[in-house]
Design a protein around this ligand. Structure first.
Ligand code: MV4
Length: 477
């Protein structure tokens, strides 16, 4: 090892202001995203520190990192959410930066603040931006004032009478959302004005219990939207750009199942408009890091929903169609480097699809912890697998059930679908049930193949018998 780690990237055209140097990154996460970050660090010449819970002693992120520190027992609250132990691990190993991944502490502004107070670089946005976007009423108001399209809606509701008056102004149906919610949590649709006071009351109590904050607001409810999100990047010098969009409408109970890029129903002009609105949103708050602006697409209109201030599970489909390593860029941006080559105009290079492979009953969707007795992942041209699985591993019951992300890239959407069908056919996971049969079924659905689907498609058309038939066909080969 050289005594001084070379700066992570090729020379930049303009001379940037003094950069915060990063030599050693602690990854405050587990699973495939911990591996994803370790891989980016290794290619950048950075040293890595893994943290792990006692049940993850034999996890791949522990083996892939240069060093590893145990931070507590299995339950997340005592390990991957244990801020004290994570900071102690950083100090113990001399790490100078922390990457939070997704989930766990990734969107906790207090965590980012503590990391910074300990003179560590948080590989993510400013905690101020995490707070603005974490509060959905503030986010909505900020976007509205900046000229980013939002749905007709309200601020925090002050009483049942206030809610009724606003719902009448907006027009039914409306959706009640928790200001501290997000990602579909704490939402209730109201179709009958008589039911609004009671629904509001219930929703407030639930929100207070779930988030410690009962504030609710109203929006006009869009009946059959698509979920389209734009990847944005911004530096600490006021530059922001987008890396096109992802389509994430294939979901069940607000859990995304399959994502693709680009969105197959966006016209060139609508793409331009939506991506410009996303850049405007990032610039409006002076954001700097990677981020995602989520929109609801209703025909040819789109509306701001939320901003995610982290790297997302589905970032890989954007990487495939842009050729950009988003995690390397996220690290680079945290050092204070300017956008540089990321300022160019991106055009979709082919089509990418990601299937989330979960350890679950494919019909009942119940998570299935257990031991993987046999494992073979697909390969070949245009196939990428991001996974922390290996033969013999025991999947613990404490965490997310995602085992792998299967990602394909092809010149166009139809070829990408064929490639995904081929890749799923090569996949062998024995010892635990997975949702692979669900994906095999999904990829054959006319609505999916035509690209004409909305956020309700999966739940509305799920056919347990057909999925079971896929599971049986798989066993027979
Ligand atoms: C909505 C909506 C319709 N109208 N808001 C869900 C996740 C969060 N980011 C925002 N979400 C939605 N907000 C308005 N005004 C539809 C969704 C939504 C959704 C709603 C019900 C069932 C599944 C859904 C999947 C994606 C988005």
């Amino acid at each position: 090892m050289p005594t001084k780690t070379p700066h992570p990237t090729a020379p930049r055209p303009s001379q940037p202001p003094p950069l915060r140097e990063i030599r050693k990154v602690l990854i405050a996460n587990r699973g495939e995203i911990a591996l994803r970050v370790i891989r980016a660090c290794r290619e950048l010449g950075l040293r890595t520190v893994a943290v792990y819970s006692t049940v993850d002693e034999h996890a791949l992120h522990v083996r892939f990192a240069d060093e590893a520190v145990c931070i507590g027992p299995g339950p997340s609250s005592q390990s991957y959410l244990n801020i004290k132990n994570i900071i102690a691990a950083a100090e113990l190993t001399g790490a100078d930066a922390v990457h939070p991944g997704y989930g766990f502490l990734s969107e906790r502004a207090e965590f980012a603040e503590i990391v910074q107070k300990c003179k560590l670089t948080f590989i993510g946005p400013d905690p101020v931006h995490m707070r603005v976007m974490g509060d959905k009423v503030t986010a909505r108001q900020t976007m509205e004032r900046s000229g980013v399209p939002v749905l007709p809606g309200t601020g925090v509701l002050t009483s049942a009478a206030h809610a009724v008056a606003e719902a009448e102004r907006i027009g039914l149906p409306v959706i009640l959302k928790a200001s501290a919610g997000g990602g579909g949590r704490g939402m209730k649709i109201v179709r009958d004005i008589k039911l609004l006071p009671q629904t509001l009351q219930t929703a407030q109590v639930e929100a207070l219990k779930a988030f410690g904050n009962g504030d609710m607001y109203i929006e006009r409810y869009v009946q059959s939207p698509r979920h389209v999100e734009v990847q944005v990047v911004a530096d600490q010098h006021g530059n922001a750009n987008h890396l096109l969009e992802r389509e994430c409408s294939v979901q069940r109970r607000h859990q995304k199942v399959l994502e693709e890029a680009p969105c197959s129903v966006l016209s060139e002009s609508l793409r331009r408009e939506m991506c410009a609105a996303a850049v405007q949103a990032a610039k409006a708050i002076g954001y700097h890091s990677l981020g995602t602006i989520e929109f609801l697409l209703d025909g040819d209109r789109f509306y701001f929903m939320e901003m995610n201030t982290r790297v997302q599970v589905e970032h890989c489909v954007t990487e495939m169609i842009t050729g950009v390593d988003l995690v390397q860029e996220q690290i680079r941006l945290a050092t204070g480097e300017p956008l540089g080559h990321l300022m160019r105009e991106f055009r979709p290079r082919g089509h990418a699809i990601e299937c989330r492979i979960n350890a679950e009953d494919p019909i009942k969707f119940i998570p299935q912890p257990g031991t993987i007795s046999a494992l073979h992942f697909p390969g070949g041209y245009g196939v990428r697998v991001d996974s922390h699985m290996y033969q013999g591993i025991t999947v613990p019951p404490f965490y997310d059930s995602m085992l792998a992300k299967l990602i394909v890239h092809a010149p166009d959407r139809q070829q990408a679908i064929r490639r995904m069908q081929r890749a799923l056919g090569e996949c062998v996971i024995e010892g635990i049930q997975t949702n692979i049969p669900l994906h095999r079924w999904l990829l054959k659905q006319p609505a999916f193949i035509s690209g004409k689907y909305d956020t309700h498609f999966l739940e509305a058309s799920l056919d347990p018998e057909a999925v079971r038939a896929e599971a049986d066909a798989e066993v027979q080969g």
